[in-house]
Unconditional design. Structure first.
Length: 104
């Protein structure tokens, strides 16, 4: 249906030889669209960097808390689990995974 409407709009321009610009209407994927599966959760290990966890999970998650002091930074991030009532939480110490928990 959308293709038919798009083609009907672009056809007159193409026949006249005018420039035709096509813009995608699909929304880009966001962190909110991603969820963490049990397999992904099991695959992240202690000392993984925050960036590596984000690559495995497919999302950066949401920062719940951060504390800095005495040369140590502790950050807790939450992620949406791929189940209806699940939740995933990961703690990072100086940017490295130090603890994780989940309910699936």
């Amino acid at each position: 249906m959308m293709r038919t409407h798009l083609a009907a709009l672009l056809l007159p321009l193409a026949l006249v030889g005018g420039p035709v610009a096509v813009v995608s209407t699909a929304a880009p994927a966001t962190a909110a669209d991603s969820c963490v599966s049990q397999r992904e959760f099991a695959s992240v290990k202690k000392d993984f960097s925050k960036a590596k966890v984000a690559r495995v999970f497919g999302t950066k998650g949401s920062r719940e808390a951060i504390s800095r002091g005495y040369g140590v930074t502790i950050e807790i991030r939450s992620y949406r689990a791929c189940t209806r009532f699940g939740a995933v939480s990961v703690s990072f110490e100086n940017g490295r995974l130090s603890a994780k928990s989940a309910v699936f």
